[in-house]
Design a protein around this ligand. Structure first.
Ligand code: IPM
Ligand code: MN
Length: 356
């Protein structure tokens, strides 16, 4: 009996639908050879639906999303919608309501891909960031007083709970052990200034470390981390950090791995339903031109398979992405790939089916 995975697909806005199409193409190509099946259900969440109906992510849809094995998301963001409405109303609502408390963001330089870092190659850039995904500055705590007046006060608080920090750290320690690479886990925070929040992270980290004697623990301030990502990316194996710092350092991570066209991530609830997405935005100016790189979306689908336990199909997809990036593409940048979005998807689909 072959395994059937029920997947909710949210193509979203801008170039989201065109890169999701390529991800689905590759998933369908590996399904047969890998002996698995997919049952895709599409949701039209995004800017267009919001402009038409005023809805972002209705509670009834959240309820439906809970029933799937995973969620595959393209991009959310529309030029005609005020910033924040769709991000908070769809993306962050999904992360929070589904308690996807880990945002897993691999930073991997595929062979043949250009990095802006001088003298660094694939052997130097291969780490993963574990970003806490439900708390911190993203919790939405705070408010304005005397809004819009010269006396205005704005407060935005970072919420860090011991439970939220502990479950994130536990995931990161387990991942470090499982990756079996340098077995080094770096906590990134700002203990020299954030003497309440970063201090909680630091104490929780130190308290958990003895349970993982095989893991080397390290600490770096977030500002210094930005410097080390550029100067010595080979120092990192697994990085664990809070929501805001994780957001910032993973854009830096994305550019050292070749740009937003390559970077994928997973919003994980290890006990519930997880959501996989390319981490770049909806790129409105490129919409419909078929010039954006679908690798990030395909790599997100690959992470989804891995998460679902379809490891053979996931490994084949990874090998196919690497082969295409190394041999068939001129660049990872939109408009400079030497292939269209569709052609990149075609190649990866073909190789992936052969590699299963
Ligand atoms: C990301 C994005 C989101 C975030 C935005 C769109 C809300 O930048 O996934 O990194 O800040 O988490
Ligand atoms: Mn971001």
């Amino acid at each position: 009996m072959s395994m059937t995975y029920r997947i909710a697909v949210i193509p979203g806005d801008g170039t989201g639908p065109e890169v999701v199409d390529e991800g689905l193409k590759v998933l369908k190509a590996v399904a047969g050879p890998a002996g698995i099946k997919f049952d895709f259900h599409f949701y039209d969440l995004g800017g267009k639906r919001y402009l038409r109906t005023g809805e972002t992510l209705p509670d009834s849809v959240v309820h439906e999303l809970r029933q799937f094995d995973a969620i595959y998301l393209g991009a959310i963001g529309h030029p005609d919608v005020t910033p924040g409405i769709l991000e908070k109303g769809i993306l962050l609502k999904a992360r929070f309501e589904l308690d996807q408390y880990i945002n897993l963001r691999p930073v991997v330089l595929y062979p043949g891909v250009d990095t802006p870092l001088k003298d660094k190659g694939p052997e130097d850039i291969n780490f993963v960031v574990v970003r806490e995904n439900t708390e911190g500055l993203y919790a939405g705590a705070g408010g304005n007083l005397k809004y819009g007046t010269p006396d205005e006060v704005a407060v935005q608080e970072s919420i860090n709970t011991r439970k939220g920090v502990d479950r994130c750290l536990k995931f990161a320690f387990e991942l470090t052990r499982k990756r079996h690479m340098a077995k080094k886990l770096t906590l990134v925070a700002k203990t020299n200034v954030l003497t309440f929040a970063s201090d909680l992270w630091f104490r929780a980290f130190e308290a958990m470390a003895p349970q993982y004697p095989d893991v080397i623990t390290d600490y770096a301030h977030v500002d210094a981390t930005c410097m080390w990502f550029v100067k010595n990316p080979e120092w990192f194996d697994v990085v664990v950090t809070d929501n805001m710092f994780g957001d910032i350092i993973t854009d830096l991570g994305a550019i050292i791995q070749g740009g937003m066209g390559v970077a994928a991530g997973g919003n994980l609830n290890p006990e519930g339903v997880s959501m996989f997405e390319p981490i770049g935005g909806s790129a409105p100016k490129y919409t419909g031109l078929k010039v954006v790189n679908p690798i990030a979306a395909i790599a997100a689908a690959q992470m989804m398979l891995e998460h679902l336990g379809a490891t053979k199909a996931a490994a084949a997809m990874d090998a196919a992405i690497r082969k295409t990036a190394a041999n068939d593409m001129k660049s990872m940048a939109a408009g400079h790939m030497g292939l269209t979005t569709t052609q990149v998807g075609d190649r990866i689909a073909k190789y992936a089916a052969e590699f299963v």
